[in-house]
Design a protein around this ligand. Structure first.
Ligand SMILES: C[S@@+](CC[C@H](N)C(=O)[O-])C[C@H]1O[C@@H](n2cnc3c(N)ncnc32)[C@H](O)[C@@H]1O
Length: 240
Protein backbone atom coordinates (compact mmCIF):
# COMPACT_ATOMS: atom_id res chain seq x y z
CA UNK A 1 0.00 0.00 0.00
CA UNK A 2 1.24 3.49 -0.77
CA UNK A 3 0.62 6.48 1.50
CA UNK A 4 1.68 10.03 0.63
CA UNK A 5 1.63 12.59 3.44
CA UNK A 6 1.66 16.38 2.92
CA UNK A 7 2.79 18.56 5.80
CA UNK A 8 4.84 21.62 6.71
CA UNK A 9 6.46 19.65 9.57
CA UNK A 10 8.07 16.59 7.99
CA UNK A 11 10.36 15.76 10.99
CA UNK A 12 7.28 14.78 13.04
CA UNK A 13 7.02 11.59 10.98
CA UNK A 14 10.62 10.41 11.29
CA UNK A 15 10.53 8.34 14.46
CA UNK A 16 7.00 6.87 14.15
CA UNK A 17 7.78 5.56 10.66
CA UNK A 18 11.03 4.02 11.90
CA UNK A 19 9.81 2.16 14.97
CA UNK A 20 7.72 -0.91 15.76
CA UNK A 21 5.37 -2.57 13.29
CA UNK A 22 5.23 0.52 11.08
CA UNK A 23 9.01 0.67 10.78
CA UNK A 24 9.15 -3.03 9.97
CA UNK A 25 6.44 -2.72 7.32
CA UNK A 26 8.21 0.26 5.73
CA UNK A 27 11.60 -1.48 5.74
CA UNK A 28 10.05 -4.68 4.39
CA UNK A 29 8.40 -2.83 1.52
CA UNK A 30 4.83 -3.78 2.54
CA UNK A 31 4.21 -0.07 3.05
CA UNK A 32 5.50 2.69 0.83
CA UNK A 33 5.12 5.88 2.89
CA UNK A 34 6.34 9.16 1.39
CA UNK A 35 6.35 12.38 3.41
CA UNK A 36 6.33 15.62 1.40
CA UNK A 37 7.08 19.15 2.58
CA UNK A 38 4.36 21.47 1.26
CA UNK A 39 6.84 24.34 1.57
CA UNK A 40 9.01 22.81 -1.18
CA UNK A 41 6.14 23.61 -3.56
CA UNK A 42 5.57 27.21 -2.46
CA UNK A 43 6.61 30.06 -4.72
CA UNK A 44 8.65 33.18 -3.98
CA UNK A 45 11.77 33.97 -2.03
CA UNK A 46 10.13 33.22 1.33
CA UNK A 47 8.22 30.13 0.17
CA UNK A 48 5.15 31.42 1.98
CA UNK A 49 2.59 28.67 2.68
CA UNK A 50 0.03 30.65 4.71
CA UNK A 51 -1.89 33.90 4.63
CA UNK A 52 -4.52 35.78 6.61
CA UNK A 53 -8.13 34.63 6.27
CA UNK A 54 -10.46 36.56 3.98
CA UNK A 55 -13.18 38.21 6.06
CA UNK A 56 -10.79 38.74 8.97
CA UNK A 57 -10.39 36.77 12.16
CA UNK A 58 -7.49 35.30 14.09
CA UNK A 59 -4.68 33.11 12.77
CA UNK A 60 -3.50 32.10 9.35
CA UNK A 61 -4.77 29.72 6.69
CA UNK A 62 -2.67 27.40 4.48
CA UNK A 63 -2.73 28.71 0.92
CA UNK A 64 -4.17 26.54 -1.85
CA UNK A 65 -1.41 26.85 -4.50
CA UNK A 66 1.41 25.03 -2.66
CA UNK A 67 -0.95 22.23 -1.56
CA UNK A 68 -2.32 21.67 -5.08
CA UNK A 69 1.23 21.84 -6.47
CA UNK A 70 2.62 19.42 -3.86
CA UNK A 71 -0.06 16.77 -4.40
CA UNK A 72 -0.29 16.94 -8.20
CA UNK A 73 3.44 17.10 -8.88
CA UNK A 74 4.47 14.35 -6.44
CA UNK A 75 1.70 12.04 -7.70
CA UNK A 76 2.51 12.81 -11.33
CA UNK A 77 -0.69 14.58 -12.45
CA UNK A 78 -1.28 17.95 -14.07
CA UNK A 79 -3.65 20.59 -12.68
CA UNK A 80 -6.03 19.68 -15.50
CA UNK A 81 -6.08 16.02 -14.39
CA UNK A 82 -7.59 16.35 -10.91
CA UNK A 83 -10.53 14.03 -11.66
CA UNK A 84 -8.16 11.38 -13.01
CA UNK A 85 -5.99 11.73 -9.89
CA UNK A 86 -9.02 11.33 -7.63
CA UNK A 87 -10.05 8.16 -9.43
CA UNK A 88 -6.69 6.58 -8.63
CA UNK A 89 -5.91 7.97 -5.17
CA UNK A 90 -8.06 8.64 -2.08
CA UNK A 91 -6.96 12.17 -1.24
CA UNK A 92 -7.90 12.86 2.36
CA UNK A 93 -8.06 16.20 4.14
CA UNK A 94 -7.57 15.81 7.89
CA UNK A 95 -9.98 18.14 9.65
CA UNK A 96 -12.16 18.14 12.75
CA UNK A 97 -15.03 18.85 10.33
CA UNK A 98 -14.53 15.54 8.49
CA UNK A 99 -16.24 12.16 8.74
CA UNK A 100 -15.39 10.72 12.13
CA UNK A 101 -12.99 7.81 11.87
CA UNK A 102 -13.98 4.42 13.24
CA UNK A 103 -12.92 0.85 12.49
CA UNK A 104 -15.27 0.65 9.47
CA UNK A 105 -13.60 3.72 7.92
CA UNK A 106 -10.21 2.21 8.74
CA UNK A 107 -11.12 -1.05 6.96
CA UNK A 108 -12.41 0.90 3.94
CA UNK A 109 -9.13 2.82 3.66
CA UNK A 110 -7.00 -0.30 4.19
CA UNK A 111 -8.60 -1.78 1.06
CA UNK A 112 -7.27 1.11 -1.07
CA UNK A 113 -3.98 0.67 -2.91
CA UNK A 114 -3.04 4.35 -2.52
CA UNK A 115 -4.10 7.11 -0.14
CA UNK A 116 -2.82 10.67 0.37
CA UNK A 117 -3.18 12.57 3.65
CA UNK A 118 -3.11 16.36 3.85
CA UNK A 119 -2.16 17.84 7.22
CA UNK A 120 -3.51 21.27 8.03
CA UNK A 121 -1.98 23.76 10.48
CA UNK A 122 -2.99 27.10 12.00
CA UNK A 123 -6.68 27.80 11.28
CA UNK A 124 -6.76 25.08 8.63
CA UNK A 125 -6.42 24.82 4.84
CA UNK A 126 -8.12 26.98 2.20
CA UNK A 127 -11.45 25.23 1.61
CA UNK A 128 -10.87 24.97 -2.16
CA UNK A 129 -8.37 22.20 -1.46
CA UNK A 130 -11.06 20.06 0.18
CA UNK A 131 -13.60 21.00 -2.50
CA UNK A 132 -11.49 20.35 -5.59
CA UNK A 133 -8.50 18.19 -4.69
CA UNK A 134 -9.80 15.86 -1.99
CA UNK A 135 -12.01 12.80 -2.19
CA UNK A 136 -12.60 12.69 1.59
CA UNK A 137 -12.46 14.78 4.74
CA UNK A 138 -11.62 12.81 7.86
CA UNK A 139 -11.61 13.60 11.56
CA UNK A 140 -9.87 11.45 14.16
CA UNK A 141 -12.29 12.58 16.85
CA UNK A 142 -14.36 15.42 18.18
CA UNK A 143 -11.53 17.52 19.56
CA UNK A 144 -9.08 19.97 17.99
CA UNK A 145 -5.38 19.24 17.45
CA UNK A 146 -2.84 21.93 16.53
CA UNK A 147 -2.08 20.20 13.25
CA UNK A 148 -3.00 17.24 11.07
CA UNK A 149 0.31 15.41 11.61
CA UNK A 150 -0.75 13.37 14.63
CA UNK A 151 -4.12 12.72 13.01
CA UNK A 152 -2.27 11.42 9.93
CA UNK A 153 -0.19 9.13 12.12
CA UNK A 154 -3.36 7.78 13.75
CA UNK A 155 -4.73 7.02 10.27
CA UNK A 156 -1.47 5.40 9.12
CA UNK A 157 -1.17 3.31 12.29
CA UNK A 158 -4.78 2.10 12.29
CA UNK A 159 -5.01 1.49 8.53
CA UNK A 160 -1.73 -0.32 8.12
CA UNK A 161 -2.56 -2.83 10.89
CA UNK A 162 -5.13 -4.20 8.45
CA UNK A 163 -2.80 -4.36 5.45
CA UNK A 164 -1.85 -8.01 4.83
CA UNK A 165 1.73 -8.67 5.92
CA UNK A 166 1.94 -5.86 8.50
CA UNK A 167 0.83 -7.86 11.54
CA UNK A 168 2.79 -11.12 11.86
CA UNK A 169 -0.02 -13.09 13.51
CA UNK A 170 -3.12 -12.02 11.59
CA UNK A 171 -5.27 -14.09 13.94
CA UNK A 172 -4.83 -11.34 16.51
CA UNK A 173 -6.83 -9.01 14.25
CA UNK A 174 -9.84 -11.35 14.26
CA UNK A 175 -10.46 -11.06 18.00
CA UNK A 176 -9.39 -7.45 18.28
CA UNK A 177 -11.79 -4.81 19.63
CA UNK A 178 -14.28 -3.52 17.02
CA UNK A 179 -13.44 -6.23 14.46
CA UNK A 180 -16.49 -8.38 15.33
CA UNK A 181 -18.67 -5.64 16.77
CA UNK A 182 -17.35 -6.54 20.23
CA UNK A 183 -14.57 -5.09 22.35
CA UNK A 184 -11.85 -7.57 23.20
CA UNK A 185 -11.91 -9.61 26.43
CA UNK A 186 -9.30 -8.69 29.08
CA UNK A 187 -5.85 -10.25 28.76
CA UNK A 188 -3.51 -11.53 31.49
CA UNK A 189 0.01 -12.96 31.51
CA UNK A 190 2.46 -14.47 34.00
CA UNK A 191 2.75 -14.35 36.97
CA UNK A 192 -0.60 -15.98 37.78
CA UNK A 193 -0.52 -14.14 41.10
CA UNK A 194 0.92 -10.67 41.61
CA UNK A 195 0.74 -8.90 44.99
CA UNK A 196 -2.11 -11.21 45.93
CA UNK A 197 -4.10 -10.43 42.75
CA UNK A 198 -4.84 -13.69 40.97
CA UNK A 199 -5.76 -14.03 37.31
CA UNK A 200 -9.24 -15.58 36.86
CA UNK A 201 -8.99 -19.33 37.64
CA UNK A 202 -10.64 -20.32 34.37
CA UNK A 203 -7.63 -19.04 32.39
CA UNK A 204 -5.26 -21.47 34.12
CA UNK A 205 -7.75 -24.37 34.16
CA UNK A 206 -6.72 -25.81 30.77
CA UNK A 207 -10.44 -26.09 29.86
CA UNK A 208 -10.46 -24.47 26.40
CA UNK A 209 -14.23 -24.41 26.08
CA UNK A 210 -14.60 -22.71 29.45
CA UNK A 211 -11.92 -20.18 28.45
CA UNK A 212 -13.74 -19.45 25.18
CA UNK A 213 -17.07 -19.02 27.06
CA UNK A 214 -15.46 -16.75 29.66
CA UNK A 215 -13.83 -14.61 26.97
CA UNK A 216 -17.07 -14.27 25.03
CA UNK A 217 -18.96 -13.26 28.19
CA UNK A 218 -16.32 -10.71 29.22
CA UNK A 219 -16.22 -9.27 25.67
CA UNK A 220 -20.01 -8.82 25.75
CA UNK A 221 -19.84 -7.32 29.23
CA UNK A 222 -17.13 -4.80 28.24
CA UNK A 223 -19.04 -3.90 25.07
CA UNK A 224 -22.26 -3.32 27.04
CA UNK A 225 -20.48 -1.15 29.58
CA UNK A 226 -18.72 1.01 27.00
CA UNK A 227 -21.34 1.06 24.27
CA UNK A 228 -24.76 0.65 25.88
CA UNK A 229 -27.24 -0.04 23.14
CA UNK A 230 -30.03 -2.27 21.93
CA UNK A 231 -27.80 -4.87 20.24
CA UNK A 232 -26.86 -6.51 23.52
CA UNK A 233 -29.33 -7.14 26.35
CA UNK A 234 -29.10 -5.10 29.56
CA UNK A 235 -26.84 -2.23 28.40
CA UNK A 236 -25.23 -0.54 31.39
CA UNK A 237 -24.22 3.07 31.77
CA UNK A 238 -20.59 2.67 32.84
CA UNK A 239 -18.44 4.61 30.38
CA UNK A 240 -14.97 3.37 31.32
C1 LIG B 1 -5.94 24.06 14.89
S1 LIG B 1 -6.58 22.97 13.68
C2 LIG B 1 -7.76 23.98 12.84
C3 LIG B 1 -9.10 23.95 13.49
C4 LIG B 1 -10.15 24.74 12.73
N1 LIG B 1 -9.89 26.14 12.86
C5 LIG B 1 -11.51 24.41 13.29
O1 LIG B 1 -11.93 25.07 14.25
O2 LIG B 1 -12.14 23.45 12.79
C6 LIG B 1 -5.29 22.81 12.51
C7 LIG B 1 -5.28 21.51 11.74
O3 LIG B 1 -5.20 20.41 12.61
C8 LIG B 1 -5.81 19.28 12.02
N2 LIG B 1 -6.78 18.73 12.97
C9 LIG B 1 -7.16 19.29 14.14
N3 LIG B 1 -8.06 18.53 14.77
C10 LIG B 1 -8.27 17.45 13.99
C11 LIG B 1 -9.11 16.30 14.10
N4 LIG B 1 -9.91 16.12 15.14
N5 LIG B 1 -9.07 15.39 13.11
C12 LIG B 1 -8.26 15.56 12.04
N6 LIG B 1 -7.45 16.63 11.88
C13 LIG B 1 -7.45 17.57 12.84
C14 LIG B 1 -6.43 19.74 10.71
O4 LIG B 1 -5.59 19.36 9.65
C15 LIG B 1 -6.50 21.24 10.89
O5 LIG B 1 -6.44 21.92 9.66
Amino acid sequence: MRIDIYTIFTPIFESPLREGLLGKAVRGGVLDVRVHDIRDHAEGKHRQVDDAPFGGGPGMVLKPEPVFAAVTSTLGYGMDELEKLKEKVRVIMLTPRGRRMDQAVVAELAAQPHIALICGRYEGVDERVTEHLCTDALSVGDYVLSGGEFAALVVVEAVTRLVPGVIGNEESLVEESFSRGLLEYPQYTRPAEYRGWRVPDVLTSGDHEAVERWRRERAEEFTRMKQPGPSLPGGGDDTR
